[in-house]
Design a binder for this molecule. Structure first.
Ligand SMILES: [Zn+2]
Length: 268
């Protein structure tokens, strides 16, 4: 599933393509025909990302909510759109650009109170200027749930997925199984600051890189990572490979049905 940086990039991209323009909406596949008809002809005023949720704000208080889920994909381009191929839930077109949305978990219109309710059920998003990390710590510090599971819970922190969570825990030297209530306030402050840094970098580059300069392939004389996610990481999907820091084989386990990766030495 795309992590929060991808959604923030989409929000910025969609503002670049359509903001200030009248947008025509259609649902070639038909499953969003009614919503598209209500939306069509409205001017896009602003876009917003909150965690893994994308919002388009149109004139007349119309709000489009998209959650890509596991399979959602967005494509776009300039000029005339291509002939519709496959299951296009939503197609947006303006005089200048087009955009196709396929396979989302959610594609719906929200009223302003419904959008407010959506934001209210999400934890702070490290990529948002209005994020309050204290809200997340209040939840974490009174829970016996493993820290990794808490950080993956979108109502605790929004936008973080498996890569950011496993990598930030490695960088912090914290075991993923640490009960939330055992996380100290200084450790939380450092972990939050690191998530902000890693995720902000990912928004800029479009990939997740978490490896410090001294552990990069060229610095260590090791081959670069080959993975469809791109980016250099310490533990994510590196089971049994030597830790870049201490050479201990990386462990794999599951928490709350999610695969987890950690270094048993660096994160003891
Ligand atoms: Zn290690």
């Amino acid at each position: 599933m795309p992590e929060g940086h991808t959604i923030h990039r989409l929000a910025a991209r969609h503002a670049e393509l359509f903001a200030g323009d009248k947008v025509l909406a259609a649902s070639p596949q038909g499953r969003f025909a009614e919503g598209a008809a209500l939306l069509s002809g409205s001017v896009l005023e602003a876009t917003e990302a909150y965690g893994k949720h994308l919002l388009h704000h149109y004139a007349g208080e119309r709000i489009l909510h998209v959650h890509l889920g596991l399979y959602g994909k967005v494509t776009d381009g300039a000029g005339e759109p291509p002939e519709p191929v496959g299951q296009i839930r939503l197609r947006l077109t303006s005089d200048r650009h087009w955009l196709d949305l396929r396979g989302p978990t959610a594609c719906e219109l929200l009223t302003p109170p419904e959008a407010a309710a959506l934001r209210a059920r999400l934890g702070p998003d490290p990529l948002r200027a209005d994020a309050d990390p204290q809200r997340a710590y209040a939840r974490i510090s009174r829970s016996s749930t493993p820290l990794a599971a808490l950080l993956l819970d979108q109502s605790v922190v929004a936008g973080t997925g498996l890569i950011f969570v496993t990598e930030a825990l490695f960088r912090a030297g914290l075991p993923p199984t640490l009960p939330g209530r055992d996380l100290t306030r200084p450790d939380w402050d450092a972990l939050w600051a690191d998530l902000v840094e890693l995720m902000t970098l990912a928004v800029a580059t479009g990939r997740i890189d978490t490896v410090r300069a001294e552990h990069l392939p060229e610095a260590m004389g090791r081959p670069a990572r080959v993975d469809r996610h791109g980016g250099e990481v310490y533990v994510y999907r590196r089971p049994d490979h030597p830790c870049h820091v201490c050479a201990t084989p990386i462990s794999r386990g599951t928490i709350a049905t999610r695969n987890l990766y950690w270094c048993p030495t660096c994160q003891a």
